[in-house]
Design a protein around this ligand. Structure first.
Ligand SMILES: Nc1ncnc2c1ncn2[C@@H]1O[C@H](COP(=O)(O)OP(=O)(O)O)[C@@H](O)[C@H]1O
Ligand SMILES: [Mg+2]
Length: 249
């Protein structure tokens, strides 16, 4: 059984079909890239999986359990954590504090008068472990707003990781980075993915990054899956090349 399974997932906005009967299955330990031209539905796909947006139709199963339409905090607690395409850091707080708050967002309890210190320590430990996995231990005390762009994007990954997810969803982790910053961030991500064996869903427009990181690629075009397979096979696919008008470099 796949860890994450989608079937017939559709999302409409009025007459617009942002997702059209999407089916996909992500195995445990897999790094799956989701690619497609602007407006193809990639972010909407993340939104329906993580509960930010409800699907109009279709089923989503995580570890066998139906999750379509559940509120996002509940989906997060089940073990799906995401980064956002647009940055979500608190710039005045340190990297460690950002990661700790994120850890608490999954595991914290709203009312626990006797568990405070204990929960704080656990969240701190998870935050430090996540920073370490992304090579950020050295800047743990630096305010997030003062970090380089590359480190800010990695910190966002660390924040999602601090929630100890079973599936990590990364929405354009290299967006806004220079070529050099992208290369560095991708090296770090590749090392992390290799050692952690984390199951990842990755939206990324930079094809070099996709081919460097992904085990398998799903291609969306106008909300529908037009190809799904190993990177080489997807790259050679006619429909994919047409969707990208001229294909890959
Ligand atoms: N909240 C919304 N209301 C109306 N249309 C939306 C909304 N969110 C996304 N869309 C539309 O859905 C389509 C897919 O968008 P999106 O998932 O953001 O694409 P991508 O991330 O692949 O660029 C686009 O046509 C977009 O304009
Ligand atoms: Mg998007």
């Amino acid at each position: 059984m796949a860890l994450l399974e989608l079937d017939g997932v559709t999302r409409r906005y009025g007459a617009l079909v942002a997702l059209d009967q999407v089916a996909m299955a992500v195995e445990e330990g897999e790094v799956r890239a989701v690619i497609g031209p602007n407006g193809a539905g990639k972010t909407t796909l993340f939104n329906v999986i993580t509960g930010t947006v409800k699907p109009t139709a279709g089923s989503i199963r995580f570890a066998g359990q139906p999750i379509a339409g559940l509120p996002s905090h509940q989906i997060c607690r089940l073990g799906l954590s995401r980064t956002f395409q647009i940055t979500s850091l608190f710039p005045e707080m340190s990297a460690r504090e950002n990661a700790r708050l994120s850890a608490q967002a999954r595991h914290g309890r709203r009312w626990q008068p006797f568990g405070g210190a204990h929960i704080f320590e656990e969240a701190s430990a998870r935050a430090d472990a996540a920073l370490k996995q992304l090579g950020l231990s050295g800047i743990a005390d630096t305010p997030a707003g003062l970090l380089s762009h590359g480190d800010q994007r990695l910190l966002e990954v660390a924040m999602a990781l601090a929630q100890q997810p079973r599936v990590l969803l990364l929405d354009e982790p290299t967006q806004g980075l220079s070529v050099e910053e992208t290369q560095q961030a991708v090296e770090t991500l590749a090392g992390f993915l290799k050692t952690s064996g984390m199951t990842v869903l990755l939206v990324e427009h930079d094809m070099e990054v996709v081919f460097r990181l992904a085990h398998r690629i799903t291609v969306l075009h106008r909300g529908a899956v037009i190809a799904d397979g190993a990177p080489d096979a997807v790259q050679a696919d006619k429909a994919v090349q047409e969707a990208y008008l001229g294909g890959f470099e």
